[in-house]
Design a protein around this ligand. Sequence first.
Ligand code: NIG
Ligand code: FE
Length: 419
Amino acid sequence: MRILFKNITSLVRVACKNEKFKVGPSMKDVCEIEDGALIFSDKIEWVGKTQELEQKLQNQALNIDEVYDLNGKTVIPGFVDSHTHFVFAGERSNEFARRIAGATYQEIASEGGGILETVRATRKASEEELFEMALKRILKAIEYGTIALEIKSGYGLELETELKMLRVIQRLKEALSINIVSTFLGAHDFPPEYKNNRSKYIDLICEEMIPEVAKQGLATYCDCFIDKGYYTIDEGRRIFEKALEYGLKIRCHADELADVGAAKLAAEIGAISADHLLFVSDESLQAMKNSNTIATLLPGTSYFIKMPYAPAKKIYELNIPIAISTDFNPGSCFTQNMQIILSFATLNLGLTCEQALVASTLNSAAAIEMSEKVGSLEIGKDATFLVLDCKSYIDLFYNFGINHIESVWIRGSKFSSNK
Ligand code: NIG
Ligand code: FE
């Protein structure tokens, strides 16, 4: 099946030099083609201007099976959500109401709520229930333009439930055509049964959980919440070193609640991504600058728990690659809508529209090591993109809070949830 899109009012390729990610001033150029055209099967076969089409088709006899006229529309690569917690049971709307009335995220957590509330519900839920709930949430994310995802475990904090969550992620990968990668986050918090014996729980993570997760091939990455009130630098280092030994790659919840030097550790240990960074120090940023670690910023979390925003401008000026994602989870950011995250990234983090677009597509794909397949519209990459019902990508930001997606295409097929 070969399809032609023509007369696309704005075709935004995001990148056109096969870069794995973009940093600094190169984020300014989103390789837009006005009145563009696209020929694709499961991969992108040709991209150019509509007026060049005739020549192209004359030079090369191509069977085109379907033609779409996309006058008035915009085509962009799909959004990559590289930091999420889609698998969990229960919900925390009363905590939300309490926070709105003045309680803080940390106060609620210190009373045994927060992550631990979700741990209790997730331990009780069956694999089937977890799968059905996560599937429903992800279908909503796709409706809003998400075409690739990272999903973490971390609401089990015991071997059995962590494995259950990771099996659910595995099933989601099999059930959906979007790309999904999984992360083991046994170090999301300390379970109540080890509250007074932290090192015993870390022994469990290192001696039992990581080896078992690796043996069963259930995760590509290992994450750890290194922050005030959660894991210390030394605890995080121990977990990461063990994970590396077992072939897992590293990503890190870093300096979300306070600067504890987590981003520096992430950079030094060769993490693929250091995430949050609300309180990241200059010293840690220098370490990130000298590494290949991507800065994944999650402005929805700052918004939702009323915290400061990460120093995006500083990070940008240091030429550290910036990705943006939702952090979708029931406590600190309960939205799977990447379009609203793009709005926060511009109006609250201070990125330009172009920077936010690059950060949510190509760079976020790089943050899950998938930018060779998705993240930009270039020949040979997957034919995975969004048709927006607007004439320019600027409208995504300008007319905020509504869903601009007309259709989502995954490897050359229009996505439909009943498939
Ligand atoms: O990314 N920071 C740690 N974990 C989540 C919060 C999870 C929760 O509150 O359930 C986050 O913000
Ligand atoms: Fe998170």
